[in-house]
Every structure is written in C-alpha cells, then in structure tokens.
Design a protein. Structure first.
Length: 176
C-alpha cells in the first residue's frame, strides 16, 4: 500500500524540538512526512536528525516544479500564537501559511497543537482564532495531554517539560 503524505508544519516554539520524534512516529504509522518549518522554527531544527525527510523552506520560483505531493493530512506541531492568528485570518504571505490556508480551504484533515504562554494566550485573538479554526474543522489538541475539549496555555518556565511529555500519538491517532 502506498504511504499517505503528511505535512508537518513546525512553528517557532519549544515543542519544535520534538520534530525528529514526529517524523519517526509518522513513518512508523504509514505516513510519508514532509517538514514545513516557519523561519522562526529553524533554530530548533538545526541539531535534529530528520533522516531523509524533505524539509521545505522558502517559496518556490515560478519555474520550479511543486516540491511536495498533495497532503492527505496536516499536523501543526507546535502552533505559535503568531501562526494561529495569521492562519485564522487567512494570511498567506509565507510558504507555511500558504500551505495551512490551502489545507483549510480544501478541507484536508488537520490537527494543530497551540503552544503559547499565558501572556500571549490572554490576548483576545487567542480564543477568537482557535474558534475560527475549530469551526473550520481543525482538531485542536492541548499540548499537555492531547485533549480536544480545552486548550490550556503553557505555564512560563515549563515549555521544555511540556515538550518532553508531549506524545506524537496524540496527533497521529487523530489523523489515522
Ligand atoms: C526561545 C523562544 C521561545 C518561544 N516560545 C514561544 C511559544 O511557546 N509560543 C509562541 O507563540 N511563541 C514563542 N516564541 C515566539 C515566536 O517564535 C515568535 O512569535 C515568532 O515570530 C513565531 O513565528 P512563526 O509563527 O512563524 O513560527 C518563542 C521565541 C523564542 C526565541
């Protein structure tokens, strides 16, 4: 059976340090992963072994062929406050955001793990943007336990610990 294509969109927050684990778990679950990092996520990826997983950065030029097959599913792990709001507002001025907006518009199954501290999550855009994404069919997972019923911000100083405890099966099982 042909593997299905999974786009893993990675934003600039501590949980980006678990991308290599996500790639391995995805492969073990029958996915062909493509990592699509934001510019801010790149420092977290620098020392990770992603094997031969394609990492798609920047925007292709008009004469370049498409760099990925169409996605069967998308995982946004982690999703920053910035990307959450831009995506919900329909901003598509980077490759990751264009990818996310297109996934939403084409009803591609998508899970997203918001990862932001209380100060950012206290901004009214946090709840509004999460509501937009949920309404559009995105499965939103709490980074602490994978719950879909509520999404708690990450307490200051616990980002590393929450990232270590994160289980990729929480996201991949939702896309199975
Ligand atoms: C060490 C560090 C940790 C950060 N942690 C978070 C975080 O947990 N959540 C968040 O929304 N932004 C966090 N940021 C800020 C984002 O990286 C920043 O808003 C960036 O513009 C997000 O861009 P992106 O959405 O394109 O990835 C962090 C930045 C740094 C340098």
């Amino acid at each position: 059976m042909t593997n299905r294509t999974l786009y893993i969109v990675v934003c600039g927050a501590p949980l980006a340090s678990r991308t290599a684990d996500g790639v391995k778990a995805a492969r073990a679950n029958g996915w062909d992963p493509y990592v699509i990092p934001t510019e801010a996520a790149l420092p977290w990826l620098a020392d990770q072994d992603l094997g031969d997983t394609p990492v798609i950065t920047g925007t292709r030029t008009p004469d370049q062929p498409k760099r990925t097959p169409p996605a069967d599913a998308v995982a946004v792990v982690p999703m920053t406050f910035n990307t959450l709001n831009a995506w919900a507002n329909g901003s598509a001025n980077t490759y990751p955001l264009t990818t996310l907006c297109a996934a939403l518009g084409s009803h591609t199954p998508t899970v997203a793990v918001p990862f932001a501290k209380h100060d950012l999550a206290g901004h009214p855009a946090w709840l509004a943007s999460l509501a937009v994404l949920r309404y559009a069919g995105v499965t939103i997972l709490d980074p602490h336990d994978g719950s879909t019923s509520s999404t708690e911000p990450v307490a200051s100083g616990t980002g590393t610990q929450v990232s270590s405890s994160f289980e990729w099966s929480w996201a991949l099982d939702r896309l199975a």
